[in-house]
Design a protein around this ligand. Structure first.
Ligand SMILES: O=C(O)CCC(=O)C(=O)O
Ligand SMILES: [Fe+2]
Length: 209
């Protein structure tokens, strides 16, 4: 049932699959309500040309390891997975046969909250990042634009209970965003599951030291 109505997006040099019915309406309502209060949502700051602003959404970071995640001048330290975010992780892993180490959670409080154009192409995600992004609550449009060919654009509305899987060369070739809207809308939770290996800490060799 979860993979029913899966749709591969027609994006050049990318591999994006949308699963609109991944979670049932009932599951999605339950997770939305509970994640909102369970997660320790943080207001991070961003630096743009030396000036500091509040990031236009709340975030929280989870991992099965201790590896911090750094992106656009922010370093996030992980909390362990537990409760509903762990349940969601397990369901996605079982269904897609992809195993994640980390999750960046986003809370968009209303239409003023957003996520600007970016690619999730940090070195720590490896060469072809695999990202599974689950949406709960208010649906928002998700925009893609090709990095080089400016004529290539795509829009998709991410539904309550949906999962969007981005893999292959997607991050290398495309940017994505969640634009602001002046519409009066409710809040939205998005969980982006990622694979961020723990860096190898080479133990000192007791024979040599
Ligand atoms: O909210 C979303 O759907 C996208 C979030 C995102 O792109 C990110 O956290 O990197
Ligand atoms: Fe992203």
């Amino acid at each position: 049932m979860r993979l029913l109505n899966a749709k591969k997006l027609n994006l050049k040099d990318a591999d994006v699959i949308y699963y609109p019915n991944f979670f049932s309406e009932k599951e999605a309502d339950f997770f939305f309500k509970n994640l909102k209060v369970e997660i320790n949502w943080l207001q991070d700051k961003i630096k743009v040309f030396g000036k500091t602003y509040d990031q236009p959404r709340l975030t929280s970071f989870f991992a099965t390891n201790k590896e911090p995640y750094s992106y656009s001048n922010i370093t996030m330290y992980p909390r362990p997975f537990d409760g509903n975010i762990l349940k969601i992780k397990t369901v996605i892993e079982t269904e897609l046969s992809i195993y994640f180490t980390s999750c960046l959670a986003n809370l968009y409080r209303d239409g003023k909250d957003s996520n600007g154009w970016h690619a999730d192409d940090e070195k720590s995600l490896g060469k072809k990042p695999v990202i599974a992004s689950a949406t709960f609550g208010e649906e928002r449009p998700f925009h893609f634009k090709h990095k080089k060919d400016k004529s290539l654009k795509e829009k998709i509305t991410l539904k309550h209970g949906s999962v969007l899987l981005m893999q292959g060369s997607t991050q290398e070739n495309w940017l994505h965003q969640i634009p602001k809207t002046t519409r009066q809308i409710g809040s939205r939770i998005n969980l982006t599951f990622r694979i961020i290996p723990q860096k190898n800490r080479v133990p000192s060799n007791p024979v040599l030291s």
